[in-house]
Design a protein around this ligand. Structure first.
Ligand SMILES: Cc1cc2nc3c(=O)[nH]c(=O)nc-3n(C[C@H](O)[C@H](O)[C@H](O)COP(=O)(O)OP(=O)(O)OC[C@H]3O[C@@H](n4cnc5c(N)ncnc54)[C@H](O)[C@@H]3O)c2cc1C
Length: 309
């Protein structure tokens, strides 16, 4: 019987692992298919506190894992396939085997929604990105025309943020008005650096042969007219999908699938806690995920102490 199982080894899961391990709870930490989480897919992380020169994303996550293991966390390369949270102890199916646990910390993250273009995948990290806060300040994007794809609040936020660096920001949206909240849409359209490209979809990103972004190919969905727009970067903000399919019908999720905590990191099932991007549709940063991982660990620790009083 485990005291604590943590699902996920991104910033949230590994921070929860450091804290629960230091509390002598010997957590079992399950990596899923992406050990180290999303940050391992990027190069330099410049906004994680404590690294004035920046830090390689993969290295940062390796160091978090080492720190957790140093205090007794057991990190296992395994994926949770099913959960039974109907009664405590909870039962997880992990690569076909049953694992029983008194508490569970869910830190399964969220995935970016993709456009689904072949060139998008091939130019990822070579000018195609999904996070302006993470990548917008990189030298390659400075004083260059940039494209943001999307029309919701996130796309507007990305576009506004990028106006600090770009020479112009083209906001490509498939409709003729933004989906974003009124105030955000007004602020976005009032910015002289932001140029909306209405009724349009990106059909291709150039130039795969040069291994960098030089332009996007656009199609007007009303007229079918095709055009090319020169740019140095493409920021895709067409939404996120939280990795919470396992918990549908079991935990309280919002309409887009994010886990909705009841209080702090506690979910509607006592003993089950949540942290990081799978319950955060607003910030989605490494340091906020780590902060939530810390909170979930402390909540789990207190829950266990209460249980054994
Ligand atoms: C390209 C890129 C660059 C970024 N750059 C920055 C940056 O510079 N600064 C910054 O602050 N943020 C950055 N971010 C955002 C940051 O990566 C995320 O906010 C952070 O990783 C969220 O951490 P998390 O622990 O919630 O989830 P994730 O990092 O997404 O980790 C989720 C974990 O859950 C595991 N998992 C999922 N399902 C299962 C399952 N069924 N069983 C077992 N395990 C499972 C996965 O394998 C993974 O280990 C970037 C994101 C991307 C994509």
């Amino acid at each position: 019987m485990e005291k604590v199982v943590i699902i996920g080894t991104g910033c949230a899961g590994l921070t929860a692992a450091v804290y629960t391990a230091r509390a002598s709870l010997s957590p079992l930490v399950l990596t899923g298919t992406l050990p180290g989480g999303l940050l391992t897919t990027t190069s330099t992380v410049e906004n994680f506190p404590g690294f004035p020169e920046g830090v390689d994303g993969f290295e940062l996550m390796q160091r978090m894992q080492q720190q957790a293991e140093k205090f007794g966390a057991r990190v296992k390369f395994a994926t949770v396939e099913a959960v039974d949270l109907s009664k405590a102890p909870f039962t997880l199916t992990v690569d076909g085997e049953a694992v029983a646990t008194q508490t569970l910390i869910i830190a399964t993250g969220a995935s970016h929604r993709h456009l689904g273009l072949d060139s998008e995948a091939r130019l990822e990290k070579k000018g195609v990105t999904y996070c302006a806060t993470c990548d917008g300040a990189l030298p390659v994007f400075r004083n260059q025309p940039l494209v943001v794809v999307g029309g919701g609040d996130s796309a507007c936020e990305e576009a506004l943020y990028l106006t600090r660096f770009a020479s112009a920001v083209y906001l490509v949206h498939r409709r003729d008005q933004l989906r974003a909240s009124k105030i955000m849409a007004e602020r976005t359209l009032a910015n002289p650096k932001i140029k909306p490209v209405w009724d349009s979809v990106v059909t291709d990103i150039l130039d795969v042969t040069q291994e960098k972004v030089t332009a996007v190919r656009l199609k007007n969905v009303k007229t079918n007219a095709e055009s090319e727009l020169a740019c140095a970067g493409v920021f895709i903000a067409v939404g996120h999908v939280p990795n919470t399919q396992l918990f549908q019908g079991v935990l309280d999720l919002d309409e887009t699938g994010y886990v909705v905590p009841k209080r702090g990191t506690a979910t509607n099932v006592p003993g089950v806690f949540v942290a990081g991007d799978c319950s955060d549709r607003v910030y989605r940063q490494a340091v906020t995920a780590a902060g939530m991982g810390c909170a979930a660990a402390i909540d789990a620790e207190r829950y266990l102490a209460h249980l054994h009083q």
